[in-house]
Structure formats: structure tokens, C-alpha cells
Design a protein around this ligand. Structure first.
Ligand code: HEC
Length: 302
């Protein structure tokens, strides 16, 4: 997504803007470490997702005591009153409605072999978006709707769609819209395969990368609520509940994986491919963190 890329390139963080609250940050980080021995566990130990989730929620709760758990689905709008007012105004005529309408048409269209996506997706696709990502134990990887949609298309003799834009975003917006009012259902990993995928996602969340040597955790947990070049660093508990989003700066619908790519680039790291097993594992990790929150996709974004 060219627009995203150029935007994030001009939004490279400056270390100096992160530093002022370092004492508070360290205090938060310490609290997180104390709350969860798992955070400091040696790499060989299996992660404890329930403890991770409790620790992450506790860290956010400590930083934003006025927020209720469900508020986290609003992402940045949960923590910035000014932006929240703009968001509410824009939501009166949500720009993603066009994508939902377009997606409805695309969803019903016959593929070259005469089938439709409804024939191929698990449970017909509609009303299922809030249950992704989910780990398929046989495949040993996290499944997402864009991955399955492209697999359906290829099986039916159609071309793969770009997973980050265009028709894929429209169909995802439509399918997500049919899950509105549900709650995210990405339960704690129950199989060894799911735990392995979780461990991959968790490792990606905590590893430092890029010239800036920042992890997701550094910006979105330790420094959460601070500003990086005017952009508030938002909590990620609800990240999986509102994508795809209409990005006002993108002027188009955008995907969660395009946002991951933007954050890789912000720290000077080469982004991974959208729908790569790693990004899907990262999405699964975030899904487990946000399990049970209201599902409000498609969303709206700055
Ligand atoms: C240098 C700090 C920094 C790092 C490191 C970073 N991000 Fe971000 N992230 C941001 C900023 C700033 C935004 C807001 C961008 C915007 O408003 O366009 C953001 C936005 C996001 C969003 C959108 C949230 C929402 O509610 O829609 C997601 C998801 C996200 N980041 C995930 C990640 C993940 C996963 C990682 C690790 C791979 C990561 N970020 C690493 C700074 C960072």
C-alpha cells in the first residue's frame, strides 16, 4: 500500500520524543514484569497465554484506570478525547459503507467454476469474522479470512486477490459487517499447534527490530499513551476487533497486516509479506489478548 508506506516513512520515530516519560515507562514495565513472570521467562519455556493476557490487561488498566475493558475496541479513540469527537462525527456517515456494499456484490459473484465464496468458506463465511484468526491443528498455522478467501478463489480457478487492498478489503468489510454485535472469539490456545503459533506471535510482539531496535511491546505497552511525532501510541488489546478499516489518510480501506507493515517500517525494519505465517501468528496473538471484546469491524481510522 503505497500511501501507507510513504506516510510511515515520514513518521519515523525520534528517540528524543519517547524519552521524557522514561521513568514512568520503566515503572510500568517493572509492574508488567512483576505481574507476569512469563514476560521474563527464558525463551525455551512455553508461554502462558492466560498469564500474558492478564499481565497485558493489568498494564493497560494501570496506565488508563478510567477505561473499561470494552473501550479498547476503539484503539486510539479510547485514549484521545479530541480524536474521539472527530471519530464520532465521521461515523455518522461511515466511509466504509461503500466497501460493505461493494463487498456484498463481490461475495455473491460466481467464481469460474460456478461456485461462490459462500460455498467454500467455513460455515458459509457470513457471521464468522469474529472467530478469526483460528489455528488449524492439522496445518499448524493461523487461518485468517483473507487467506481462506484466496485459497477458495484459487481452488475455483480465479486469480488470487491482493490481500491488503481493493476487492479483498471490500469482501472482508462485508463479511465483518455480518459479525457486528458479536464478541471476538479467539480463545486461549487449546492444542499444541495453537500454542506453537501463539509462541511465534508472542515472540514477534516482543522482539526488537530495525535500526531503532524497538519491539511492538516497547511502543504499544511500555510507551502506550505517549506521543510519537504527534501520533498517540495506542493500546492494542482491541486491534483485531475493528479491521479492515477505512483509513482517512489512505483514502481507502486498509488491512491489519498493512498496519503491521507500517509499524515495521517505522522502526526501520523490512516488513514481512501480508498474510505471511508470521503476521498471521502475530494477529492470532493479538486476537487471544483481545478475546471476548465486542467485535466492531469494519472500522474507521485516521
Ligand atoms: C516506534 C513505535 C512503534 C512500534 C515499534 C510499533 N508500532 Fe504499531 N503503531 C505505532 C504508531 C505511532 C501507530 C499509529 C499510527 C497511525 O495512527 O497511523 C501504530 C499503530 C498500530 C496499530 C493500529 C492500531 C489500531 O487500533 O488500529 C496496530 C495494530 C499496530 N500498531 C501494531 C503493531 C505491531 C504488531 C507492532 C510490532 C510488530 C508495532 N505496532 C510496533 C507505533 C509503533
Amino acid at each position: 500500500m503505497a500511501a501507507t508506506n510513504s506516510a510511515s516513512r515520514s513518521e519515523r520515530p525520534r528517540a528524543a520524543t519517547v524519552r521524557p516519560g522514561l521513568a514512568t515507562l520503566l515503572a510500568t514495565l517493572l509492574a508488567v514484569l512483576l505481574a507476569s513472570a512469563a514476560v521474563a521467562a527464558p525463551a525455551a519455556r512455553l508461554p502462558d497465554p492466560a498469564a500474558d493476557r492478564a499481565a497485558l490487561r493489568a498494564a493497560y488498566q494501570q496506565r488508563f484506570p478510567h477505561l473499561a475493558p470494552d473501550d479498547y475496541v476503539l484503539g486510539v479513540y479510547a485514549i484521545d478525547a479530541g480524536l474521539r469527537a472527530q471519530w464520532e462525527e465521521l461515523n455518522e456517515f461511515p466511509p466504509y459503507e461503500f466497501a460493505v456494499d461493494e463487498g456484498k456484490v463481490l461475495f455473491a459473484q460466481a467464481l469460474p467454476d460456478g461456485t461462490t465464496l459462500a460455498d467454500c468458506l467455513p460455515d458459509g463465511g457470513l457471521g464468522t469474522a469474529h472467530r478469526y484468526p483460528q489455528v488449524d491443528p492439522a496445518r499448524g498455522e493461523a487461518l485468517t479470512l483473507p487467506l481462506l478467501i484466496n485459497e477458495c478463489r484459487v481452488r475455483a480457478g480465479a486469480e488470487r486477490w491482493d490481500p491488503d487492498r481493493g476487492p479483498m478489503m471490500a469482501v472482508l468489510a462485508f463479511i465483518a459487517d455480518t459479525s457486528r454485535g458479536e464478541h471476538l472469539e479467539v480463545p486461549l490456545p487449546e492444542t499444541p499447534a495453537a500454542l506453537a503459533v501463539y509462541a511465534t506471535g508472542r515472540r514477534l510482539f516482543h522482539s526488537k527490530r530495525g535500526q531503532r531496535n524497538f519491539s511492538c511491546f516497547d511502543c504499544h505497552v511500555t510507551a502506550v499513551g505517549q506521543r510519537l511525532r504527534e501520533q498517540p501510541l495506542m493500546p492494542l488489546l482491541g486491534a483485531v476487533t475493528h479491521y479492515p478499516v477505512y483509513g482517512l489518510r489512505w483514502g481507502a480501506m486498509g488491512s491489519l497486516h498493512a498496519r503491521f507493515a507500517g509499524c515495521f517500517e517505522q522502526v526501520g525494519a523490512a516488513p514481512l509479506a501480508p498474510q505471511s505465517p508470521e503476521y498471521r501468528a502475530l494477529e492470532y496473538f493479538l486476537g487471544v489478548m483481545g478475546d471476548g471484546l465486542p467485535y466492531i469491524a469494519p472500522g474507521l481510522h485516521r
